[in-house]
Design a protein around this ligand. Structure first.
Ligand code: ZN
Length: 321
């Protein structure tokens, strides 16, 4: 019997996904539940337990030696708790001990979903081989993670690179995080849809008022829909340029549902990036679509758990004797 799999959890404001992931980043088994995001803490946890139960019912489960979690942030990897902005019932929720108990005491590694996505893109995606990259998830929220000097940098609590909650509009709208004018308040899928509706865009006969529907209208030439994406692209460009100026990233990888808009997002993003990333050392900054798709959170959670194991081994092997 091989013991070569990681049980991965991807916890977001819309869905809770789980998978058994092998050493090549392949998902051997995958399942998911909707996130009861507006319910109480135990109802949300019950959805996590249901996903784990589905994984544990597989004969492959015995091969899973560790659990990796990528969660909507903020997370506190040091304390093992999560407080996702879009899941109000979870504040300092002790997710790591609860998942450890539900998985027979397997070691659990927790990172923010943005860090997980960066881990996935660095391991199997568009940031492979990159020494310095910012990877962004733009969907219900906006998250991010950093690869610096060739290594994933999660920060002391697992939130480094959390670009969604830096302010790019000093007098902008209040954000549920307590700040104002955050990137997420402008560039998330719901924000793009809200802005388009407020400016007079109307959904088609199917009533779909999602960011994807706004993107379809923009592609068909609707100027209000295009303007909402342009504004999202501007917020992302300002945030990416600020990050590049601070820590000299060479590449920004953009994934998540909103990146599915393709050139509706990427064309203004590349153009606007040139107007914000102006200093000589950031002018060559490139922005590219993510490659790991909707599985990024799961692949990254598995990578983070595997990396944790490897660095522990390295510390033991390389430590003073
Ligand atoms: Zn915020």
């Amino acid at each position: 019997m091989q013991n070569d799999l990681v049980a991965a959890l991807d916890i977001g404001g819309t869905k809770i996904a789980g998978a058994l992931v092998d050493g090549q980043g392949r998902l051997l088994l995958r399942c998911q539940r909707p996130t009861p995001a507006q319910e109480d803490a135990e109802t949300v946890m019950a959805a996590v337990t249901a996903v784990l139960g589905e994984l544990a019912a597989s004969p492959l489960w015995a091969r899973a030696t560790a659990v990796g979690i990528g969660s909507a942030g903020p997370v506190d990897a040091a304390a093992g708790t999560v407080s996702p902005v879009n899941v109000p019932g979870w504040r300092d929720f002790p997710l790591v001990p609860r998942v450890a108990r539900a998985t027979g005491g397997r070691p659990v590694t927790l990172v923010g979903d943005g860090v997980a996505m960066a881990a996935a893109e660095h391991w199997r995606g568009a940031a492979r081989g990159c020494r310095n990259a910012l990877c962004l998830v733009v969907s219900t929220g906006v998250g991010g993670g950093l690869v610096l000097d060739g290594r994933l940098r999660a920060g002391p609590t697992g939130n480094a690179g959390h670009i969604g909650h830096i302010s790019v509009d000093l007098d902008g709208e209040p954000c549920p995080c307590g700040g104002r004018g955050c990137v997420e308040r402008i560039a998330s899928g719901p924000s793009i849809a809200r802005r388009a509706l407020a400016d007079g865009w109307r959904p088609g006969p199917d009533g779909d008022a999602s960011a994807a529907a706004v993107a379809a209208s923009a592609r068909a030439g609707d100027p209000v829909a295009a303007a909402s994406y342009e504004r999202a692209a501007r917020a992302l460009a300002a945030g990416i340029a600020a990050t590049a100026t601070l820590v000299e990233i060479e590449t920004a990888v953009v994934g998540g549902g909103v990146a599915g808009a393709g050139e509706v997002l990427f064309a203004p993003l590349r153009r606007l990036l040139r107007s914000y990333a102006t200093l000589s050392f950031v002018r060559r900054l490139t922005v590219v679509p993510a490659l790991t798709g909707t599985d990024a959170g799961l692949i990254g959670a598995a990578a983070a758990a595997s990396l944790g194991g490897r660095s522990e081994t390295a510390a033991v092997a390389g430590g003073p004797s």
